[in-house]
Design a protein around this ligand. Structure first.
Ligand SMILES: NC(=O)C1=CN([C@@H]2O[C@H](COP(=O)(O)OP(=O)(O)OC[C@H]3O[C@@H](n4cnc5c(N)ncnc54)[C@H](OP(=O)(O)O)[C@@H]3O)[C@@H](O)[C@H]2O)[C@H](O)CC1
Ligand code: K
Length: 506
C-alpha cells in the first residue's frame, strides 16, 4: 500500500447528506442530546456571527420550509428579535406540517414577541416583501433535499436571487445538493452559508463554489468518532505544512529527481517542469533524454545534469532505451517524473510500458506519459512502485476510457481509480482533487481555474515531483504542490491585478 500521511483535522471533514444525518441521529440517540438542543446551538451560533458583523439590523426576511432547516432559521429570528430587529417569516409549505422542533421554535419565537414585531405569511403566494430590510435568511431546505425544487420553493429561490439584499443560508443554500454540489433545478445564491456540524462536500464541487459565498463553520457537539466514515476533506494551508528548505551536505543528500522527458519539438515541457522542481531546493535534477535532444537541454538548463540515452540520431524514446534508463535510475535513490514532451510514437508507448514494468522508483506520471499509459491494455505497475498520476480532465477521461463529467462524478472516478490501482492521483481541474489508495480524497478550496493555461501542468508536475524527491509521501507531495500554487496565487493577487502566467507559479 502506498504510504499516506495526510491527516485532516475534524474541522476539515466534508460531510455528505447521509453522513450528516447519521452523525445527527447517533448524537441524539446515543448521547441523549435532543434535536431541539442541537437546533438551538446551530441557530444561536449563526445568530451571534450575524450580530457580530452587523450591529444595526432593522428588519430581516426569513424564508422557511417545514423541516429542521427552518427551525435553525427561527432560532436566528429569535436572537435578532431580541436585538430589536423586525422579523418577516414566510412559510413556503405553511405551518401545519412543521417538524416537531421547528414547531416548538415557532411557538417560542412568538412568546418572545412583546412588541408585535413579527409578520407571518403562511404561504408564498400572499407574500409581499417589506420596504426596507437587511438580509434574506434562507431556512427552506438543508440536508433533507431529495429532488429538484418543487413548486413554490423554486419560486421563492428565484425571487431571493433577484433581490439586491444579501442572502444568508442556513446549513446549505436551498437547492444545492449537499453531496454533488449540483443545483437541483435552482439554488439560492448566498453571500454567506452557516454550515452546522461540518462543511458539506457539495460546497466544493460543481455549482457549490458559485453559490455558497463565505462559509462559516458552526460546530455542534458531535463526537468525532461518528465522523470516522468520512472520506472527503478540504485541503487548506492551515493544516498541511509545506516543506521548508534544508540544505544537505552533498547534492545527492538533498533530494534527487530524474526527469524522463522529451521528443523532437517537445522539449519545453521538460524545461518548465525542471525549473519548477529546481526552485524547491532539490540537490540534483537529472534529465534523461534521447541523445539527439541533448544540446537543447544543455542550452536551456545549465544547472541540470543530463544523461542522454541511445544514439545521436534518436529524437524520441524507444523500447530499446528502457534498460539504459533503468540502469541510470538505479544509480541514485530518487523520484522520477515521467512524461513531459515524450511524444506519442508507438515505440515510445512500448518504452513507457517496459520502463514501468521494471522500475520500483517512486514515479510521477504526467502529460504524454499518461497518454502512453492510456494506450495500454493493463497498467504495468509493480507492487513496490508508488505512482502519482497528474491528469487533467481530458487525460483522466482517456485513462478510464469513458466520460468523467463534472466535479462530483470526477471525484467518484478518482476515488475508484486510486483504490483499484493502489495509486495516488492529483486530478487537475476545479476543484483540484487528490485521490489516495484508501479512498480518501482531498479537495482544493480556492480557484484552481487560474491553472487552466498551457504550461501550468508542467509547473505543477515539477512541484509534485520535487516534493516527492524531498521525501514527502505521495498524498503530501500533491497537497504541498497544490497549496504552493495557492500561496503564490494569493501573493500575486495582493501585489497586482495581472492575470497569472504559468511561470509565476515556478
Ligand atoms: N445536521 C444536524 O445534526 C442538524 C441539522 N439541523 C438542521 O436540519 C436540517 C435537516 O433537516 P430535515 O428536517 O431533515 O430536512 P430539511 O429541513 O432540509 O427539509 C426536509 C423537508 O423538505 C421537503 N423537501 C425535500 N426536498 C424538497 C424539494 N426538492 N422541494 C420541496 N420540498 C422538499 C421534504 O418534505 P416532503 O414532504 O416533500 O418529503 C422534507 O420534509 C439541516 O440541514 C440543518 O439545517 C438542526 O437544526 C441542527 C442539527
Ligand atoms: K438552507
Amino acid at each position: 500500500m502506498v504510504k499516506e500521511t495526510l491527516d485532516a483535522p475534524y474541522s476539515h471533514y466534508l460531510l455528505d447528506a447521509e453522513l450528516s444525518q447519521k452523525v445527527d441521529h447517533r448524537t441524539t440517540e446515543e448521547m441523549d442530546i435532543d434535536g431541539f438542543t442541537l437546533m438551538e446551538i446551530a441557530g444561536s451560533s449563526a445568530a451571534k456571527k450575524i450580530l457580530q458583523h452587523n450591529k444595526q439590523l432593522q428588519h430581516n426576511v426569513f424564508l422557511c420550509g417545514k423541516g429542521n432547516n427552518a427551525g435553525d432559521a427561527l432560532v436566528v429570528a429569535r436572537y435578532l428579535l431580541q436585538h430589536d430587529a423586525r422579523v418577516t417569516l414566510v412559510f413556503i409549505s405553511g405551518t401545519d406540517d412543521l417538524s416537531k422542533d421547528t414547531q416548538k421554535n415557532l411557538k417560542l419565537l412568538r412568546a418572545f414577541d412583546k412588541k408585535d414585531r413579527i409578520t407571518i405569511y403562511e404561504k408564498w403566494s400572499g407574500f409581499s416583501a417589506p420596504n426596507n430590510y437587511n438580509f434574506i435568511i434562507d431556512g427552506m431546505l438543508g440536508t433533507g433535499l431529495t429532488s429538484d425544487l418543487r413548486g413554490d420553493y423554486a419560486k421563492a429561490v428565484g425571487w431571493a436571487n433577484q433581490q439586491q439584499h444579501p442572502v444568508l443560508a442556513m446549513d446549505i443554500p436551498t437547492g444545492l445538493h449537499p453531496d454533488s454540489g449540483e443545483k437541483m433545478g435552482k439554488a439560492i445564491e448566498a453571500v454567506r452559508t452557516f454550515s452546522f456540524g461540518g462543511r458539506k462536500q457539495g460546497f466544493y464541487l460543481n455549482d457549490g463554489p458559485a453559490v455558497t459565498g463565505t462559509i462559516d463553520y458552526c460546530d455542534l457537539p458531535f463526537p468525532n468518532a461518528y465522523k470516522e466514515d468520512c472520506k472527503t476533506f478540504a485541503l487548506d494551508t492551515d493544516w498541511v505544512s509545506l516543506p521548508s528548505y534544508t540544505p544537505g551536505k552533498h547534492k545527492y543528500d538533498s533530494g534527487v529527481l530524474h526527469i524522463v522527458a522529451g521528443s523532437e519539438g517537445l522539449t519545453g515541457a521538460a524545461i518548465m517542469a525542471a525549473r519548477s522542481a529546481w526552485a524547491e531546493g532539490l540537490g540534483a535534477i537529472i534529465i534523461i533524454c534521447p541523445r539527439g535532444l541533448l544540446s537543447v537541454f544543455e542550452h536551456n538548463l545549465p544547472s541540470v545534469i543530463k544523461k542522454p540515452v541511445g544514439k545521436k540520431e534518436d529524437y524520441y524514446f524507444k523500447e530499446s532505451h528502457a534498460e539504459q534508463v533503468q540502469d541510470i535510475l538505479q544509480e541514485k535513490e530518487s523520484s522520477m517524473l515521467l512524461g513531459p514532451g515524450l511524444g506519442r510514437n508507438t515505440d515510445t508507448i512500448s518504452f513507457v510500458e517496459q520502463l514501468l514494468t521494471t522500475t520500483t522508483t517512486d514515479t510521477i506520471i504526467d502529460a504524454d506519459g499518461l497518454w502512453c499509459l492510456s494506450q495500454l491494455e493493463e497498467w504495468p505497475k509493480t507492487d513496490q512502485a508508488n505512482w502519482i498520476l497528474t491528469p487533467h480532465p481530458g487525460e483522466l477521461q482517456k485513462l478510464i476510457k469513458d466520460e468523467i463529467g463534472e466535479g462530483h462524478q470526477r471525484l467518484n472516478t478518482v476515488r475508484k481509480l486510486c483504490q483499484e490501482n493502489n495509486t495516488t492521483i492529483l486530478s487537475k481541474g476545479m476543484p483540484g482533487i487528490i485521490g489516495t489508495p484508501s479512498r480518501k480524497c482531498y479537495l482544493t478550496n480556492y480557484n484552481t481555474n487560474y491553472f487552466a493555461r498551457a504550461g501550468s501542468g508542467d509547473v505543477l508536475a515539477g512541484k509534485v515531483s520535487a516534493f516527492s524527491a524531498l521525501g514527502l509521501a505521495a498524498d503530501e507531495s500533491c497537497a504541498a504542490a497544490l497549496l504552493n500554487g495557492q500561496q503564490k496565487l494569493s501573493s500575486l493577487q495582493k501585489d497586482t491585478n495581472k492575470i497569472p502566467e504559468p511561470t509565476d507559479f515556478i
